[in-house]
Ligand binder design. Sequence first.
Ligand code: WT7
Length: 655
Amino acid sequence: MSTIAIESSLQEDRLFSPPPNLSKTARIGSLEEYQRLHDRAVTDPEEFWGELAENELHWFQKWEKVLDWQPPYARWFVGGKLNVAYNCLDRHLTPERRDKPALIWEGEPGDTRILTYQQLHREVCEIANALKKLGVQKGDRVGIYLPMIPEAAIAMLACVRIGAIHSVVFGGFSAEALKDRLNDARAKIVITADGGWRKGAIVHLKHQVDVALADGGVPSVETVLVVKRTGQPIHFDPDRDRWWDDLQEEFADTDCPAEPMDAEDPIFILYTSGTTGKPKGVVHATGGYNLYTHITTKWAFDLQDTDIFWCTADVGWITGHSYIVYGPLSNGATTVMYEGAPSTANPGCLWDVVEKHRVTIFYTAPTAIRLFMKLGEEFPNARDLSSLRLLGSVGEPINPTAWMWYYRVIGGERCPIVDTWWQTETGGAMLTPLPGATPTKPGSATLPFPGIVADVVDLDGNPVGENEGGYLVVKQPWPSMIRTVYNNPDRYLSTYWDKIPPKDGQWFYFSGDGARRDKDGYFWVMGRVDDVINVAGHRLGTMEVESALVSHPAVTEAAVVGKPSDIKGEEIVAFVTLEADYTPSEDLEKDLKQHVVREIGALARPAAIQFTEALPKTRSGKIVRRILRALAAGEAVTGDTSTLEDRSVLDKLRG
Ligand code: WT7
């Protein structure tokens, strides 16, 4: 049993009730109210979501039908027209709100920028106009490869304003990974920066773009738009590259009407790892995504007008899209963006930001919490964290010990914790407490958001019993569900809908996670059941790392597994067989790790590489990862090994 499984069964009966003073003013103030909402949403989803869409968003044209569900394809707010940038900016330009900070930005070197709604709106319009002048049209794809600077949010909103589809690529991805993603999306423009700050050093983003585009690497890209962030010298191609500042000045024209978009028009593509070597371009749709991220921000984080909301994710991930940019801004909230990252050299940096900007809602990942635990409580204790009223967790299961530490040390035993389970594909939080309503249990993401029909089932779609493990599925469509995999509609079917075949008209969205439900119906997510690993909250396909390894001339075969890690949750262990003229050595190990970093990015660097003469395989040639996982974790290999083609491999692997 894993640590989380043991810990969570011990903690199961620990209930933390919502603080009564919070429930009094909360958006959703009791479990009864949650239940009423949920029942209504499930009984009449069209009425429920239609009413919310009407009350919470601005529409240029009302829809004809709330939901058209032709399993497994959903269309939401059919015929409706809206613009997400309009909902995030223009509608907040009222006398009461236009001077409210929309974005508080804290740079790694300590520089700060605060943009009011009025100012953010202006910058977005300028860049939107610039994009149009550069030939970007509705439906065109724009690659965004930026550090955590305000321009990232501005670029995203500028695209959305004119109906261009952004594809944000996390700045930690390598030139190779960037190239694949830009090519798959056939991006017309890439928006990048000369460099970004990362733990005191410069990340050479523009250089990575140059490498990706070299020798016609990405034929679709016509222009590279470069933000000046670090000021270090870069290569500049006058025919292809343009400075962001120059364009902004040139098109300093705030008149840029928001394009009326069809509710089902794609809003963006975001690549995420799956079980093959090639990442999937998850496509989200305008109306449903806008509504669902809006309402989850409002209810799951109990967002109030006075809140200072800080989600520490990178905008390169879905969490950053939904809970730094679109959810908070659609609500007219103040959102915080931070360029830095906690490290042993700067162990108090996040708490400095909380204290400085009086952050009220703080949303981070378990891996970060475990790092802070290790760094020591003297750092948070030395700061004034009294502004905090609510904490959130996302990205991987949070072990109860980390939950309790977060609750006590960061939240001062006064802030509820919302452990939100969701995925790139779901767009927004699916299982989550509502802080004024749901009693929490450390380690459980508790109950579904109103309207989400989640379950734990076996491969035939039958619900499993109380506390039995099974597959976490969603049984009804929701507004921000993935619409398709870009360029690969078959993969949409095979990944999410074919794993558990529909039964009596009931379809099952397969999340790829294992879970159980306890006696109170609370969900306990146990982690991935497919060949996807979660390293420090980052999702990686084992096949992706394997293809990177086998692209090295020394490698014949590679098998990658996750190994439990105290801080990162999981880390990568690679088993590698070599070509005849190579021998295992420390240098080769280093070289292979570096090769993976070049192919994918530092986030995929294997923690260990084990050279082996052969890999354990079944007679049909399938690598038996279960065995490798046990070996990597230093556990005994249990279970049936009789299906192995060559059992001596096992002895060799054990050394
Ligand atoms: C996978 C999705 C969407 C947030 C960022 C990650 C794991 C996410 C939780 C949680 C247990 C979680 C799942 C999921 N996960 N949140 N609260 N408890 N596991 O997005 O990169 O698409 O990864 O992250 O395994 O499938 P992502």
